[in-house]
Design a protein around this ligand. Structure first.
Ligand SMILES: [Zn+2]
Length: 316
C-alpha cells in the first residue's frame, strides 16, 4: 500500500534559524537581505508541478512583513500553521511568554487567511521533556495538531524515548494529534531521516529507502520537512554560529531542489489534515480547515478517490 505522507514547510528566512540566533539579533532581522519570498514561491511552483498540497508553518514575523506571501500559500490550497512569532526556543521561555507568542502568531495568521489556524510546529522542534507544558497550552488555545517532537537525541532538540508514530496525545485539557518528525531505526540507532539538513546530507537513495521502510514495515506515514532557504544556494553566507552549525546549514544547498523534485516523484504527499483524514474511519477531518473551494479540483478528486478506494495515493 502506498501511504500518504506529510509534506511540511517551515516558512522562515536563512537568518531566522536557531543555530545563528546568538549572533543575529532579532531587532536586526529587517536589515538582512530577504530571500524568503523568492524561495517560497519556487517551492510552491514545485509542489504545484507534483500536485502536492502541504502544511506550511509560517514564522509570523515573516507573515507580518510579507502578508501577501501567506495569502499566496493559502491560495495554492496549502494548510497554514504557526511556527511562532519570534522563533524562540520554547524551553527558554516561560509558559506565559510562550502563550503570548503563540496567540499573537495565531491571531495574525487567522486575520490574513480568514480561517482558523490549528496546527503548530515549534522553532527547532523545541518541545522537549523540559517544555511538555507547551502541549497543554496548545490545547487550551484551540490547536488540534502539533509537529514539534523529534524522537531522537540532539544537542538542541529531541525526546529520545518519544513515540515515533502519528498518534493522539492525551492531556488533562484534551487531545492533540502529534506528528513526530520521522526517525528510522538503523543498526540499533535512531536516525533522523526525514528532512532539513538530514535530507541534504544523505544520498537520496538512503533517504528513500528509509522512508519506504517507515511506510512498508511500520505501516506509518512519514513526516517530511523543509525550509525555503534550503533550496536557495545563493543565500548570503553568514559568518556566525559554530563550525558545526554552519556545516549543518550550508551542506549541499545546491542539490536540494533537484533531490526534492525526485523525492516528490517517488512518494505520495499531502498536508497534515489530509494524512489525519486517512486515519479516520469516515475519511473526514474537520480540525484543520481545508479550503476546498480554491484547491485544484485535481487534488481534491484524487484525495476523494483514495478515501473511497481505501488507498491513500495522492498521485497516479
Ligand atoms: Zn524554524
Amino acid at each position: 500500500m502506498n501511504l500518504l505522507n506529510a509534506f511540511t514547510v517551515d516558512v522562515e528566512d536563512y537568518y531566522h534559524v536557531s543555530a545563528f540566533e546568538s549572533q543575529v539579533d532579532r531587532s536586526q532581522w529587517g536589515a538582512y537581505e530577504s530571500r524568503v519570498e523568492v524561495s517560497t514561491r519556487r517551492l510552491l511552483r514545485l509542489l504545484e508541478q507534483h500536485n502536492v498540497r502541504g502544511t506550511f508553518f509560517v514564522l509570523c514575523w515573516v507573515a507580518e512583513h510579507y502578508p501577501h506571501l501567506v495569502r499566496e500559500i493559502h491560495a495554492g490550497g496549502h494548510e497554514i500553521g504557526s511556527h511562532s512569532y519570534w522563533h524562540r526556543l520554547i524551553y527558554n521561555q516561560t509558559p506565559a511568554e510562550f502563550r503570548e507568542d503563540l496567540v499573537r502568531s495565531r491571531d495574525i495568521l487567522e486575520g490574513l487567511i480568514g480561517q482558523r489556524v490549528t496546527s503548530y510546529r515549534a522553532p527547532s522542534f523545541s518541545i522537549t521533556n523540559k517544555s511538555l507544558w507547551a502541549l497543554d497550552i496548545l490545547i487550551e488555545e484551540g490547536f488540534k495538531v502539533d509537529s514539534s517532537i523529534f524522537p531522537i537525541y540532539h544537542d538542541r532538540y529531541g525526546i529520545p524515548g518519544a513515540r515515533r508514530d502519528l498518534h493522539q496525545v492525551e492531556r488533562a485539557g484534551g487531545t492533540l494529534w502529534e506528528f513526530p518528525v520521522s526517525v528510522k531505526e538503523f543498526a540499533g540507532w535512531k536516525l533522523p531521516v526525514s528532512g532539513g539538513g538530514y535530507f541534504r546530507l544523505y544520498p537520496l537513495n538512503f533517504t528513500s529507502a528509509s522512508l519506504s521502510s517507515i511506510n512498508l514495515r511500520l505501516n506509518q506515514p512519514f513526516v517530511f520537512y523543509i525550509h525555503p532557504w534550503e533550496i536557495d544556494p545563493g543565500q548570503p553566507r553568514l559568518s556566525v554560529g559554530s563550525r558545526l552549525s554552519r556545516f549543518r546549514h550550508y551542506v549541499n544547498l545546491s542539490r536540494t531542489y533537484s533531490k526534492l523534485d525526485m523525492l516528490l516523484s517517488r512518494f505520495r504527499f499531502g498536508s497534515l489534515g489530509d494524512v489525519i483524514a486517512t486515519q479516520s474511519p469516515n475519511g473526514q477531518w474537520d480540525g484543520v480547515p481545508i479550503p476546498t473551494d480554491i484547491v485544484s479540483t485535481k487534488i481534491v478528486s484524487k484525495i476523494a478517490e483514495c478515501q473511497v478506494s481505501g488507498s491513500v495515493n495522492m498521485r497516479n
